[in-house]
Ligand binder design. Structure first.
Ligand SMILES: [Zn+2]
Length: 334
């Protein structure tokens, strides 16, 4: 575990765990404890190395697995939730998940991904490529955990009115849809401490992907950022990278980032109509590869989903429209 120079209250420990996702490398799991028991914010990923490191840290901090009580999962993504069944089998009893994310897990995560890929094909992605993406998506590799193991957990669902009490500390639940439909943040007002999951990250920005044509995840996400910016929390503990000392400022920076991306995409479709697939190839993404073909398949999934999320917002703002041409949607600026 890497120590930051920030002094944490005695009830809080940050546990940095390695994960087999190249673009992220680590996830932060947070331990909240009193003298003889502990709870975790996020479970981590179903992966032996991740579990080994978690076990070592828990031991180093002076606890045993049978002293684990609650596990609060910020959202259903593979790096945050899939270790939950292992922790459940080890004795943790109370598992919390946002109401809307629990619904996706119950319905079957495989359907969630398949539905998204169908949309991508309608928006110009060759079906052979969608197939490859489906095979290489990190969540699809652990689909058995989603379909079987995660279903065994008696999830306690939480939403905006919920509060979780742990060891005399109160954590208000804030629903922050965008990165997933039901991601939650936890806020302890007394300490001004916010746990953001993947809602607010620094210096990276979370992926906002369209996976359902009837939703507008980017607009949801921007609203969720406003919500966090208005909290004026002292410090945020995110799911990846380092603690964020001014979460409101960071939330506003991310809002600006998406405004720039919306303008970039609008410019790309101002001359002639393009499919979302063609736009995704032209956007200047943070990860730099020389050509689309060099992008790893999971990255292409997110690039495509992110492009569509921006297009959907532009469509709802009456700034862009799509038209079907030979079975594929083409987008143009209004
Ligand atoms: Zn994550």
């Amino acid at each position: 575990m890497e120590n930051t120079s920030i002094d944490l209250p005695s009830w809080l420990h940050r546990i940095k765990l390695p994960i087999p996702i190249e673009s992220l490398k680590y996830i932060n799991v947070y331990m909240i404890s009193d003298s003889d028991s502990f709870s975790l914010i996020d479970a981590g990923m179903y992966n032996m190395k991740t579990f080994y490191e978690l076990s070592k840290e828990i031991k180093k901090l002076g606890y045993k697995f049978n002293e684990m009580e609650s596990v609060i999962v910020t959202h259903f993504h593979v790096d945050h939730i899939t270790l939950s069944p292992v922790l459940y089998s080890l004795g943790a009893s109370d598992f919390y998940l946002g109401l809307k994310d629990e619904k996706v897990v119950r319905k079957g995560f495989d359907k969630f991904i398949t539905k998204a890929l169908k949309i991508y094909i309608n928006h110009g992605m060759p079906s052979s490529e969608a197939n490859e993406i489906s095979k290489s998506h990190p969540a699809m590799k652990l689909i058995d955990v989603y379909i079987n193991d995660l279903q065994e957990i008696p999830w306690i669902t939480v939403s905006n009115d919920s509060e979780i009490d742990l060891y005399d500390l109160k954590f208000k639940i804030i629903e922050v849809p965008g990165h997933t439909p039901g991601q939650i943040n936890l806020y302890n007002k007394e300490y001004g401490i916010l746990f953001t999951g993947d809602h607010v990250l620094d210096p990276i920005t979370p992926q906002i992907t369209l996976t359902d044509e009837n939703t507008d995840p980017l607009s949801d996400y921007l609203d969720s950022l406003e919500k966090i910016a208005s909290l004026n929390a002292k410090i945020a503990f995110p799911g990846h990278k380092e603690p964020i000392l001014n979460p409101s400022k960071r939330a506003n920076e991310i809002i600006k980032h998406h405004e720039e991306r919306l303008n970039e995409i609008l410019k790309l479709i101002s001359k002639s109509p393009l499919s979302a697939y063609d736009i995704a190839k032209k956007v200047k993404w943070r990860a730099s590869y020389n050509s689309w073909e060099e992008y790893p398949y999971p990255e292409r999934f997110f690039a495509m989903g992110e492009t569509l999320a921006h297009l959907k917002r532009l469509e709802n703002l009456n700034m862009a429209e799509k038209k079907e041409v030979k079975g594929i949607y083409l987008w143009k600026k209004i």
